[in-house]
Design a protein around this ligand. Sequence first.
Ligand SMILES: [Zn+2]
Length: 73
Amino acid sequence: MLVVVVLFATVLLRAGIVMTFVYFMLPAKRVCPQCGAQLALIQHSVLRRLLPVVEHRWCLDCGWSGVVRQRVA
Ligand SMILES: [Zn+2]
């Protein structure tokens, strides 16, 4: 039983490390990475509850769409 707990803990630890790296790899800017235009925020009720630190944004000029880091103030 202890083996299961230890293995589950390492899986959670690995998932946490990967999520942290992915979070810091996301762009934190409010401008499009392709054309530099302002990005429009797409509201997601589910994403906002599950992951409030990221937001889905869309470029009105070139059509780029992706997840960016939410900037704190
Ligand atoms: Zn763009």
